[in-house]
Design a protein around this ligand. Structure first.
Ligand code: ARG
Ligand code: ZN
Length: 475
């Protein structure tokens, strides 16, 4: 958490002046030991998205009660009506007289904290709540936000569709990196993972597909409420509540994981052959990365397109088609990206490099191109190509999903595997998942663990592969 407020800076100056009594200075202007209430920061402190997430709070659980409907006929441009009550369980991580949640393009009409209506306002994409009584560090609170508005087709900083993307038959909900604020009040940064459950009410005939397991489905008066339970800690960008015409296919994979696939019946039957490989892939990736970390899995394949697929936790999202390599990629993300998430968005290569490398491994397993052949392919890119000009460990917010993040990221992992040997490489992969699963980790954490597991000094290796905007020649 960043402490950038003016008042804290003043307190710091006071601490310098009163060098004899730093404890007193820290508590000023109150008495020693008394809480000193202040505003939670408006962001989690990520340099790429300074306002994403929030300081001073740790969200534990989101209970999202959503009602969603499209006008009939669907208007052009596409718009829907979303109404929600988000019941958020959180803990104060500082003495708070105000804290923020991220909320973009929707209006909050009521905020209740611990059963009492509270004062709040909305400035840009920040919902600011002033709890009374104020919240002391470590206190848990229940925050209920009633909100709603018109949904559109939002775009991320690069211009790609994301967030709550209205479609002709519902919505595609895919929020990487900070698009969850387009559909619920949220601490929208991976460092604030929480558990989720959903009650999504849609016109009868529509299906609402979220993360985790479907626990109830009830129809009354022309509406169906879909209840989903997602008890595994999850980064906000991986939450989904996709709505549309879907056929649900439920089965159990060979490793015992319950699978729920949701495929739009308007699509030609192009995805089912790849989706049918999910069970074998789960077994294969468990060997590489350790036990599958969540309570369920499955795919959503919608007939509209955001132009990419997303590893929405336990329920990967695919646009129009689900090709085999992409199915492997999104499944591998469940370990690498979802269970272990990036500590900062600059660490995105850990997501995309691993998922891409996993698809190389799957290709080799299936008797197609080997990981080495895929690596060799990347290395045929000429040294003067722009591909090599990206600093993989710090690509900037406009290059989170650039080609080199995927392919040089994967090549880095292959080179590492050759460098340290298969045993150390897969021990590293599994220790990584075990040690950081359920939370986040950074590139520095990865470098440190690789060094520790292999017993080798890999600093030059990683400098060349991750930090240098040139084609690696020796490492
Ligand atoms: N993580 C996704 C994948 O590679 C890509 C997400 C792209 N998101 C975006 N806003 N452009 O599987
Ligand atoms: Zn990916």
């Amino acid at each position: 958490m960043k402490t950038t407020s003016v008042r804290l800076a003043v307190a710091g100056a006071a601490a310098l002046a009163l060098t004899l009594t730093p404890a007193l200075a820290g508590a000023a202007p109150g008495r020693p030991g008394e809480p000193r209430f202040s505003e939670g920061a408006d962001g989690a402190g990520d340099p790429y998205f300074p306002l994403a997430g929030n300081g001073g709070i740790d969200v534990l659980h989101y209970d999202l009660d959503l009602t969603y409907q499209l006008p009939d006929p669907a208007p052009a441009p596409l718009e829907g009506q979303l109404d929600g009550v988000a019941t958020i369980q959180l803990r104060a991580t500082q003495d708070l007289d105000r804290f923020n949640l991220d909320l973009r393009g929707l209006t909050a009409t009521k905020v209740v904290v611990n059963g009492k209506s509270m004062r709040f306002d909305q400035v840009e994409n920040e919902l600011r709540i002033s709890p009374r009584p104020k919240l002391k560090t470590g206190t848990e609170a229940t925050v209920e936000v009633t909100y709603g508005g018109t949904t559109t087709r939002p775009r991320d900083i690069e211009g790609a569709l994301y967030g709550w993307v209205t479609t002709r038959d519902g919505a595609m909900v895919v929020s990487e990196p900070e698009g969850s604020a387009t559909w619920f009040p949220v601490s929208d940064h991976p460092t604030d993972k929480a558990t989720y459950d959903y009650e999504i009410t849609v016109p009868e005939g529509s299906v609402a597909v979220a993360n985790g397991l479907l626990v109830d489905q009830e129809t009354a008066g022309g509406w169906t409420t879909w209840t989903w339970d997602a008890p595994d800690p999850m980064a906000a960008y991986l939450a989904t509540a996709t709505v549309g015409d879907f056929e649900l296919d439920t089965y159990t994979a060979a490793n015992g994981t319950p699978i729920i696939d949701a495929v739009d019946p308007a699509l030609p039957d192009s995805a089912s052959a790849s989706l049918a490989l999910t069970s074998d892939m789960l077994v294969f990736f468990e060997e590489a990365f350790g036990p599958y970390p969540f309570n369920s899995y499955g795919a959503i394949v919608d007939d509209d397109s955001v132009g990419y697929a997303l590893e929405t936790q336990t329920r990967s999202f695919f646009s129009r088609n689900a090709r085999e390599g992409t199915v492997a990629h999104e499944l591998a993300h469940q370990w690498m990206g979802d269970h272990v998430s990036p500590g900062r968005w600059a660490d995105i290569w850990l997501n995309e490099g691993w998922a891409t490398y996993a698809s190389w491994m799957w290709s080799e397993e299936q008797g197609r191109a080997t990981a080495q052949e895929n690596f060799d392919d990347v290395m045929t890119i000429p040294a003067d190509d722009d591909f090599w000009a990206v600093v993989v460990s710090d690509p900037g917010p406009l290059c989170l999903f650039c080609g080199p993040i995927y392919d040089r990221g994967a090549a880095t992992l292959h080179a590492l595997r050759v460098e340290i040997g298969d045993d150390a490489f897969f021990e590293l992969a599994q220790t990584w998942v075990e040690q950081y699963g359920g939370g986040t980790a950074t590139t520095a954490d990865f470098r440190a663990l690789a060094g520790q597991v292999s017993g080798l000094d890999l600093e030059d290796f990683f400098d060349v592969w991750l930090d240098t905007p040139e084609k690696p020649t020796t490492w």
